[in-house]
Design a protein around this ligand. Structure first.
Ligand SMILES: *Cc1c(COP(=O)(O)O)cnc(C)c1O
Length: 377
């Protein structure tokens, strides 16, 4: 007899990572294509073994569960007090923790016209980051997917209207993964004014370093000013640490305390903490990399438009091709040409997300895109 698994898992989509194809150029997971900075590699190597007589931080020891040195460094980098900061094993772990602290099935509301209680709800745009529905369903809450506008933006009016007494959390992803579109500061402020102040609003700023729009919302300032707002950031993308898993949240102290209650102990490992501290000190080295990505984003967008593709304006380190039914065939075509991209083949809102890599990698992608046989673009 097989074990009894939670019924909630049956409907759970498995997270589909970007494919790793040996020998191919990988433009599928929004990583930074540059190699790790020497200072970061040195910090990792140094953290492996602490050889002093009173060695307390080699990998034979548990990591610092509170990540004190990292929080101190984050505080200096962001101007946010350490009491408003928490680090996690990737910001995706913090997404899961955020849902866990507000949306448990035990808090379902009785319904007047139904014997079934109403489960807590988590609202997000769709398409948006594909971890949102997964972490929501794992918590036993109900995902509420609000369709994007026709121009691939989060529909803030519709999201505000989707709020019910059961809503516990709203994810706003800006720039939005996978469409690259970004929200303006006034739009976010107006949205926050329009939703109940006891609903947690998470501004996921995973791609903020690539956002060059006017009026970029500042999640840190919003989270310090409003007790129901959380800013979520990661070192996986712009800081080039995807393989080490470091993200952080900025929030009111009671939210931070709740997040630390549901954290897996020691989830942020010693090497990740050391690398993150080092990377945060390397902004002068990183800025030219971000600038190259931004310049390449424009070059790739312009070239794709000239080839006849529709490309929504992106403020992230990727572009979105809303190819609908052609998405799977386009992804396969690129892979055949030695470039892996990330296809999302769904009846509603299918498309292909292409990470901006180094210029030669982008050239390889553009060559593949140019030779794609599409009836009409
Ligand atoms: C990549 C990404 C993250 C999380 O990244 P981690 O590697 O878990 O820190 C979070 N949100 C969005 C929208 C992302 O695209």
């Amino acid at each position: 007899m097989s074990v009894q698994l939670r019924s909630a898992l049956a409907e759970l989509p498995a997270y589909a990572p970007g494919r790793n194809v040996p020998g191919a150029i990988k433009l599928a997971s929004n990583e930074l294509s540059f190699p790790p900075l020497p200072a970061v590699a040195d910090a990792i190597a140094g953290a492996v073994a602490d050889s002093s007589a009173t060695a307390q931080s080699g990998v034979n020891r548990y990591p610092d569960n509170g990540a004190a040195a990292l929080l101190q460094k984050l505080s200096e980098a962001t101007g946010v007090p350490t009491g408003n900061l928490i680090a996690g094993c990737g910001s995706v772990a913090l997404c899961q923790q955020l849902v866990q602290i507000v949306a448990g099935a035990e808090d379902a509301l009785p319904q007047p016209d139904s014997p079934d209680p109403q489960l807590p709800e988590v609202v997000f745009g769709w398409r948006s980051f594909e971890a949102y529905p997964i972490v929501t369903q794992i918590a036993g809450a109900t995902p509420v997917r609000v369709p994007l506008t026709a121009d691939h933006q989060l529909d803030l009016d519709a999201m505000a209207q989707a709020v019910t007494p059961a809503t516990r959390l709203i994810f706003l992803c800006s720039p939005n993964n996978p469409t690259g579109t970004a929200l303006s500061a006034p739009a976010v402020e107006a949205f926050l004014d329009s939703v109940p102040s006891d609903v947690l609003v998470v501004l996921d700023e995973a791609y903020r370093e690539f956002n060059r729009a006017d009026n970029v919302p500042d999640g840190a300032a919003l989270a310090l000013a409003r007790p129901n707002v959380v800013a979520l950031r990661t070192l996986s993308k712009a800081y080039g640490l995807a393989g080490l898993r470091v993200g952080y949240a900025i929030a009111a102290p009671d939210v931070i305390a709740a997040l630390s209650k549901v954290a897996i102990p020691f989830a942020l490992n010693t090497l990740a903490q050391a690398a993150a501290v080092a990377a945060l000190g390397q902004c002068d080295e990183l800025q030219p990399r971000w600038d190259e990505v931004v310049a390449e984003r424009k070059r790739v967008t312009d070239a794709l438009l000239a080839q006849g593709y529709q490309v929504p304006p992106s403020q992230a380190n990727f572009v979105w091709l809303p190819l609908e039914d052609d998405s799977a065939r386009f992804s396969a075509h690129c892979e055949q040409a030695g470039v892996t991209v990330r296809g999302f083949s769904h009846a509603n809102g299918g498309g292909v997300r292409v990470t901006i890599g180094r210029p030669d990698e982008n050239d390889a992608f553009l060559t593949a895109a140019a030779s794609f046989d599409r009836k009409e673009r």
